[in-house]
Design a protein around this ligand. Structure first.
Ligand code: ATP
Ligand code: MG
Length: 362
């Protein structure tokens, strides 16, 4: 079977370190294994518009930011097709037919949609497009016949919804769509990286992010004002790791080689954690270490981004080419879908023959 990867991001802001550990880092690793027949990375502007209808300019401005972040992280247009969702009308058409396979109550049960509705204070005024975005996401995934979708934990309900649509479609209309597999981060801390404020998820919408393109001073400021254990007041007090964002970030970013480089008096993260829990290790020291780790991780990304920023027209050209290539694939899937549903009347010679026979026999 072909191996195809698809993932994407909403262009509602620059990408942050939550995206990086939740999905982006994995994409680049998978891309570089060379194991995939095709890789599609989608800038989901149409999805971003479902809750930004009155602010299309924000979405428009951020397309290039997301593309630059991709390139900065090492996504390579020679190996991965980067595309803009709204420029592929086939995706809308697929969504339209999938909508008939999903009930309103099923969408209402989607826990991610539920919490996002709450976060956005939509209450009774939920845009229909936003409510149905899990269906459009199923269209995105199936249009490219994706087999693997590397995403953060918040996307689990979306993948479940997609699988249900695939099963339903295939059982009603015959084997047509490919079932995708979700690929979650291996590390618990990366599943859903908390915000710098300690809130459950770093998210552009919550304004609690460290961006991939952030300058060193900003990173430092954010690290030093980060949420730790509120009961760890004096250095000698025992500290707790539970909900301690600084340690969660170390779990997500620390590599063994950072200890000899920045904190040689400790063997590894386990030793550092044990000392913190025992008491006698101050928050400032841990934050200083985390700052060094993040600076080391983000510096090469920031520098590469600056290189790509020098030729913006080339980035748009890359997006145009990627989108064109992706549209061909989506068009093929749409053709298969319509043939399976038998709504390909003009290509269906059998249908035309049958219908004319009905009248010539009279
Ligand atoms: P928005 O607030 O506009 O929804 P977002 O920050 O949630 O933005 P998305 O574009 O919705 O970002 O998510 C893109 C990808 O990044 C998804 O695969 C998602 O699972 C992953 N992701 C986003 N935030 C995090 C996080 N804090 N931890 C781990 N993965 C994340
Ligand atoms: Mg999101």
């Amino acid at each position: 079977m072909r191996k195809v990867m698809l993932t994407g991001d909403r262009p509602t802001g620059k990408l942050h370190v939550g995206h990086y550990v939740g999905s982006l880092r994995r994409r680049v690793e998978l891309q570089n294994t060379g194991d995939f027949d095709d890789i599609f990375i989608m800038i989901a502007d149409a999805q971003a518009l479902t809750d930004n209808a009155d602010n299309p300019e924000k979405v428009r401005q951020n397309i290039i930011e997301v593309a630059l972040d991709y390139l900065a992280c090492g996504l390579d247009p020679e190996k991965s097709t980067i595309l803009i969702q709204s420029q592929i009308p086939e995706l809308c058409e697929l969504s339209f037919y999938y909508m008939n396979l999903v009930t309103v109550s099923r969408l209402q049960r989607n826990p991610t949609v539920k919490s996002e509705i709450q976060m956005r204070n939509f209450e009774a005024s939920i845009p229909v497009g936003f409510f149905t975005y899990p269906i459009s996401q199923a269209a995105d995934i199936t249009a490219f016949k994706a087999t693997v979708v590397p995403v953060g934990e918040d996307q689990m309900p979306m993948l479940e919804q997609t699988k249900e649509i695939v099963h339903k479609f295939n059982s009603v209309y015959g084997e047509t769509l490919v079932e995708p597999k979700i690929l979650l981060p291996e590390n618990q801390a990366c599943m859903r990286l908390p915000g710098t404020d300690g809130k459950a998820k770093m998210s552009k919408s919550l304004g609690n992010c460290i961006y991939l393109s952030e300058e060193p001073e900003e990173i430092k400021k954010k690290v030093f004002s980060m949420f730790t254990d509120p009961n760890h007041i004096r250095i000698e007090d025992p500290g707790s790791l539970e909900g301690n964002t600084v340690f969660t970030y170390l779990d997500a970013f620390c590599r063994p080689e950072y200890f000899p480089e920045f904190l040689p008096e400790y063997e590894d993260l386990d030793e550092l954690k044990a000392h913190y829990q025992r008491g006698g290790l101050g928050d400032m020291k841990v934050k200083r270490f985390l700052n060094n780790v993040l600076q080391a991780e983000l510096e090469p990304i920031r520098n590469r981004r600056k290189e790509f920023q020098k030729d913006i027209p080339a980035v748009y050209e890359m997006l145009r080419k990627g989108t064109e290539k992706a549209e061909k694939v989506a068009a093929e899937t749409l053709r298969d879908v319509k043939a399976a549903m038998k709504i390909n009347y003009f290509d269906d010679e059998e249908l035309i023959r049958m219908q004319s026979a009905k009248y010539t026999e009279e």
